[in-house]
Design a protein around this ligand. Sequence first.
Ligand code: GN1
Ligand code: MG
Length: 364
Amino acid sequence: MTPEVVTIAGRFMLEGQLAAVEPFGGGHINDSFLVTCQQKERRVRFLLQCINDAAFPVPAHVMDNIRRVTNHIMQKLRSLGVVDVHRKVLALVPTNEGGLCCRDGTGSYWRLYHFIEGALVRHTVETPDQAEQVARAFGTFQSLLIDFPSTRLHETIPGFHDTPSRFVALERAIQADPRRRTSEARAEIEYALLHRCLAGVLLDLHKAGEIPERVVHNDAKISNVLFDRETGEALCVVDFDTVMPGLAVYDFGDMVRSMTCPAPEDETDLSRVEMQMPLFEALARGYLEAATFLMPTERLHLVTAGKLITLEQGVRFLTDFLNGDTYYKTQRPNQNLDRCRTQFKLVESIIQHEARMVRFADSL
Ligand code: GN1
Ligand code: MG
């Protein structure tokens, strides 16, 4: 570990003697480290993260949102008499000066969370029960924030789910073609542009006053839920960087995108990428059981959101591929193009099953 990361860990109010710092986790955006301290016989662990300021232009806004959201959930859980609250919501550790985060020599922002022990992270969904639990966890997360104080959260990434703008960014990448990659992605570019008519559907409903703004997680996938190692139950939702104002159905859409198909996001064998009805049914059951606040217009557009968010994610991966992989971390060439292909294949599969999906969601 670079001495710098160790020095940064020491700038937070750690409990005990700093014993180890090691890389941790596999997000596409931020860098994470596991910090271990020794306090007499007890080992205390923390999660240290460097906020990627290329993705999050104002890290202080990210931190302010996280402080407000974690405090709100913590208080709500306490008032509901929930036991083991420290395992049900992330909690920030202050810096030695009492701040929310600190900056290193290059100006990057770092933050520290208490590490939730006895938990495991899953990267792909294996069973409908797991899908149902994750969906219930995100539905519960949104419910806990339904009475969030009216001062609006910061938009940590402006226009995050503004799909029409994502298409504009794609168009720019096609025109600029800085890496001469458009010829490799001809079919995907054509697919994206053919489906551009879908881009505005949810935003138009919102602008027409039919779907309200709420507090939304914006990265609702299985790897952002911790499971209890012993009981196998979902414990809590993590990764609050993109928690901001948005439409509730975005989170459901993201779950359809990331959990109705067990293949990894960068699967190269597209025959493995299909929307699986039992996984969708489990998601709808779990989410609707917890998200009791939804209005009929929101329930009506759950499947639309699945299709739209999957399309949007494909467009984002494609744009990054054309731009030379500057946004998402990649481990191999063409990974962003492969990620884009799985998303578009999934959009096709959702379209094929759309009528059945809508009927099922209606039946709940
Ligand atoms: C990014 O870094 P990670 O894995 O939490 C991205 C999400 C995408 C996701 C795709 C800030 O999330 O929007 O849905 O990858 N986060 C940001 O797996 O762009
Ligand atoms: Mg994320």
